[in-house]
Design a binder for this molecule. Sequence first.
Ligand SMILES: [Zn+2]
Ligand SMILES: [Zn+2]
Length: 102
Amino acid sequence: MVIAKCKDPMCELIGEYEEFAFGGCPACGNDEYYVIKNAGKCDCGEYFLWMKTYKGASIPVDIAGIKDFMPRLFNNRVHTPHFVTCPNADKHRQKKGAIKNG
Ligand SMILES: [Zn+2]
Ligand SMILES: [Zn+2]
């Protein structure tokens, strides 16, 4: 799955690439968008970005507030792990592997 984000700075819309590729941003109609590599979609419906911890583990990170989508190291002062905000976090804890890479 490929995730895209609207390039309009006033528009936070994130969606699947096909929604942007045909007809522009579904929210504002802007036809410029970033393709976000290393993105995934949680079963709660939120998109997230895979980052690496300094130990080399992959961690899903909330996309809100991220300005640079290039793959980079997770920094807990800047980034929010998705399981902190995920409404299904309890479910994930019981059922390991509920978040799958894209
Ligand atoms: Zn937009
Ligand atoms: Zn979630």
